[in-house]
Design a protein around this ligand. Structure first.
Ligand SMILES: Cc1cc2nc3c(=O)[nH]c(=O)nc-3n(C[C@H](O)[C@H](O)[C@H](O)COP(=O)(O)O)c2cc1C
Length: 384
């Protein structure tokens, strides 16, 4: 069973798992280099991440398939339903944690309580939940609503939702909740989750309401931002929020980063620029329109840009932290990040999805081990 990490002086790494032929950068070259996603590819990638020393896989998820150009090009498509994919991957891995996305909006607490308990019990305590409230009216329409619930209210609903799920997981006697948004009476069937007090809860909320939600209800906050300074700024915003909600233990902060490691100096940067040259602009506009239409915090990243400029910037990963270089250079950048921020985990996105890319990251981890900021998962009993 995975326990929470005690040593906050070290880093752990999550692998942002393939959900489409590409998921940043939306490049035609990257899409074509990725084999069609099927059972074999998923198994190879999950095992490669486990062998390389990643602590977790992170599986994103959204519901609506209205982005047709993106689907044709394989950008964020196909997206296997995260909790079901997680179940398959638990069956073929031994220790790695799997954080799967599931929406609070559109669902009911008992669904997630049962699903999460099953995933965590089956995996013997390796499951984490990326709690999202969703974005975009097309998603809401799939569930019979005309439009998505307003942004901050979605987080209020999510707060009530998560607290009910935690009670269904942990309380022995039937619960009786008559909340503002949900009514739940009774208790769920066994199994209950193996992790105590509950499975790892992750959120990527970045707005004030989103951060407050993470501080009140979650264990880890994934942050987007395109520089170490932005990550530091986010941490500075998180501090007062965790204090205001009376949180005692620190909220783990996990930056989301694009990583390319190559043997010789300059090669990784060249590769990044080359991938950006075959950006699928039509797909990028579709995918960015969803985000810029509704995710306030990401919109702020591109303040002052036209929509087209913002789409190009977001589509080529310019809204995200990047670590490019040789293994020595990337390790140095990560050590510097650790020295200047409170980061405890990094969520790594390799723009090219193949096992080689994942396995080669071990060279970086070995250097981090020498620098005293990383230890192999097995040496710390596979904590998160
Ligand atoms: C790395 C990362 C992964 C995310 N994964 C998902 C996802 O799978 N599904 C989803 O609906 N939203 C996802 N989001 C969006 C967040 O849940 C959140 O809505 C967004 O960061 C904006 O924050 P806000 O909701 O507080 O405005 C992700 C965000 C980041 C940075």
């Amino acid at each position: 069973m995975k326990t929470r990490r005690e040593n906050r002086d070290e880093l752990s790494f999550g692998y942002f798992f393939p959900t489409g032929q590409t998921d940043h950068i939306w490049s035609e070259e990257a899409a074509q280099a990725t084999p069609p996603l099927n059972k074999r590819v998923f198994i190879d990638m999950a095992r490669a991440a486990e062998a390389a020393g990643f602590d977790s896989l992170f599986i994103a998820d959204t519901w609506s398939g209205h982005q047709r150009a993106a689907e044709r090009g394989g950008h964020q498509s196909p997206k296997y339903h995260a909790p079901m994919l997680a179940m398959g991957l638990f069956a073929v891995t031994e220790h790695i944690g799997i954080i799967s996305t599931f929406h609070t909006t559109h669902h009911k607490p008992a669904h997630i309580a049962r699903m999460g308990a099953t995933l965590d019990a089956f995996s013997e305590g390796r499951w984490g939940w990326n709690v999202v409230t969703g974005f975009g009216d097309p998603e809401a329409r799939l569930f019979g609503e005309d439009m998505l619930v307003e942004h901050d209210e979605r987080y209020a609903m999510a707060g009530e939702f998560v607290e009910i799920v935690k009670r269904l997981w942990t309380e022995e006697e039937p619960i009786d909740v008559d909340g503002k948004y949900y009514r739940v009476r009774g208790r769920i069937k066994a199994p209950r989750p193996m992790q105590k007090p509950h499975p790892l809860l992750v959120s990527a909320g970045a707005s004030p309401a989103g951060m407050r939600f993470a501080a009140e209800h979650c264990d880890m906050l994934v942050v987007a931002g395109n520089s170490v300074e932005k990550v530091r700024e986010t941490e500075q915003r998180v501090g007062p929020i965790t204090e205001a909600v009376g949180r005692v233990d620190p909220l783990g902060v996990s930056p989301f980063a694009i990583v390319i490691v190559r043997e010789h100096e300059g090669e990784a940067e060249e590769e990044y620029e080359r991938l950006c040259q075959s950006l699928n602009y039509e797909a990028t506009v579709e995918l960015t329109a969803d985000i810029l239409g509704d995710i306030k915090s990401i919109e702020e990243l591109f303040d002052g840009m036209t929509r087209e400029e913002a789409a190009r910037a977001w589509g080529s990963g310019r809204g995200i932290l990047k670590f490019l270089g040789t293994a020595d250079q990337v390790a140095e950048q990560l050590v510097e990040m650790k020295r200047t921020t409170a980061t405890t985990n990094i969520l790594v996105n390799f723009p090219l999805w193949n096992p080689r890319e994942v396995l080669d990251f071990r060279g970086v981890l070995d250097r981090l081990h020498d620098a005293g900021v990383w230890s192999p998962p097995e040496d710390r009993d596979h904590s998160w």
